[in-house]
Design a protein around this ligand. Structure first.
Ligand code: SIN
Length: 499
């Protein structure tokens, strides 16, 4: 089946915060937004509890925010991008307020800003405590549905980029065979958490955009850096509910099963995740104690966490919350410049699937929603004018099989156990071999391609930095980002996996 679309549109693949904010910013240019599910159901953005980091408070500044971002990123943040993110943030928050996002206010009407780990100032704007993601997405969804220049197509998941003979991206093919053509294509497909057994992401987040772009020849950066949130609520739910870092910002603290503190509560996210991993591996368990710090204020101040705990039979006002690290955010992705352009003509990327250089080896908390809106606005600025419709023939991309459930479950366990918080060559090679075998059995499914990109870079990085910790290389080497293409690594991998 082929639906021919007028070529002047911008095709946005993904309908989370980055995708919808960009669609709104494109007015009056026509935007087609592809959402793999009904709008809002498969987006990590809507689940974000923390909010958006933005330097607005007295005594804070874009310089300080940029400095914290650079420090958290463990040597790999691009300082130009950090500065741009921090300085454009306030305008983007004002855009969201104009769209009706009801950020929490102090009694005197100023934006309330809370503290999260590795921020030197309280600078996270929130909604009703832990409902920022949902409130932002509700406002954007309502606005996107109202604007005539935006067409939302629900229930279609892209599987391959359509390119002409020169490699220029001209559209996408969806899993059901439908094709969408456009003058410009923007990937806003989210992250890779669904490749892991324990994740805070929706199950659809399995590196679809990363894999599509890599297979089409785009440059990929830093895929080995997968951030684990230290405090997912460990109650056996998939995806795992989150206990926002803001709880520790309010004074909640981590203890092991013996009630002992084992890490500084507001240390960088990777440090806390490794400490919790170690306590759990040693059989001592890890718990968040918010009884004193939040206590009776829980239902009103952290309703999402409160309800997730109650649903699991835990009353966090009087009981400890069992926690475990969970795959949460991908720092790596499709390389873009400061305007969101990838290395492929006609292809742009924004949000978690992009690698702008803002996050380095370890994203600063609540910088992801910020990055999504800052870069969506920048792409909007570039693409707002008319696109050039082109009619060049498309080179048909090869079919992309779907990964069967049983193989997906195996992949998630492998990634969790060997490509997670702590890694070593043995586990990485063993996983690479099994992923190759899964590829031989099931073909070049996107989750396998995404896993192979992560594995290749994790094997190549023989040091420990930020979210990438190698127990066999615990030291830090000279700071260097990873840049790779599928053509560099994948051809050999496909050949090795061939039956
Ligand atoms: C959190 O609320 O702890 C998550 C915020 C984030 O990942 O930026």
């Amino acid at each position: 089946m082929s639906l021919s679309r007028p070529g002047d549109a911008v095709l946005i693949v993904g309908a989370g915060l980055a995708g919808l904010f960009l669609a709104l910013k494109l007015a009056p240019r026509r935007a087609i937004v592809l959402s793999p599910t009904k709008l809002g159901l498969a987006s990590s953005s809507a689940w974000a509890q923390g909010g958006m980091a933005v330097a607005l408070a007295q005594g804070d500044s874009a310089d300080l925010h940029a400095r914290d971002t650079i420090e958290a990123g463990a040597g790999l943040v691009d300082p130009v991008v950090a500065r741009l993110l921090a300085s454009e943030g306030p305008s983007r928050v004002r855009d969201l307020i104009a769209l009706g996002v009801p950020f929490d206010r102090t009694p005197d009407g100023a934006l309330a800003q809370s503290l999260e780990a590795a921020h030197s100032r309280p600078r996270v704007v929130r909604v009703a405590g832990d409902l920022a993601g949902k409130a932002i997405m509700d406002a954007l969804t309502a606005a996107a549905r109202e604007h005539a220049h935006i067409e939302i197509v629900e229930g279609r998941r892209a599987e391959a980029l359509l390119q002409d003979a020169n490699g220029r991206v001209r559209g996408v093919r969806c899993e059901d065979g439908t094709e969408f053509r456009a003058a410009d294509v923007v990937l806003a497909t989210g992250g890779v958490g669904g490749l892991y057994a324990v994740t805070t992401n929706p199950p659809q987040a399995t590196g679809q955009g990363l894999a599509m772009a890599a297979r089409a020849g785009a440059l990929i950066a830093d895929p080995e850096f997968v951030q684990f949130h230290p405090t997912a609520i460990d109650v056996g739910r998939d995806p795992a509910p989150l206990a926002t870092e803001a709880l520790r910002g309010e004074g909640a603290h981590l203890v092991n099963g013996a009630g002992e503190a084992f890490v500084s509560d507001l240390a960088a996210r990777d440090v806390v995740a490794r400490a919790i991993h170690a306590e759990r591996a040693a059989g001592r368990g890890a718990f968040l104690d918010a009884r004193q710090a939040v206590g009776a204020r829980f239902p009103e101040h952290f309703p999402t966490v409160f309800n997730a705990c109650l649903a699991a039979g835990i009353d966090p006002r009087s009981e400890l919350i069992p926690v475990a690290p969970a795959a949460h955010y991908h720092m790596g992705g499709v390389v873009t410049d400061i305007w969101g352009r990838t290395t492929l003509d006609g292809l742009w990327a924004v949000g978690e699937c992009a690698s702008t250089g803002a996050h380095g080896a370890n994203r600063l908390a609540s910088n992801s929603l910020l990055e999504a809106v800052v870069f969506a606005a920048r792409i909007g600025e570039r693409l707002r004018g008319d696109g050039v419709a082109a009619d060049t023939p498309i080179v048909t991309p090869p079919p992309v099989p779907l990964l069967p459930d049983v193989a997906r479950t195996e992949l998630r366990a492998l990634m969790q156990n060997h490509v997670g918080v702590v890694r070593d060559a043995r586990g990485l090679y063993a996983t690479l071999e099994r992923v190759g075998a899964l590829c031989a059995a099931h073909g070049p499914c996107h989750p396998l391609t995404a896993a192979r990109l992560i594995l290749a870079a994790a094997l190549q990085r023989k040091e420990s930095r930020g979210a990438h910790f190698r127990s066999d290389y615990p030291h830090v080497s000279a700071p260097k980002r990873s840049f790779l293409t599928w053509q560099d690594i994948g051809t050999n991998m496909d050949a090795a996996a061939a039956p």
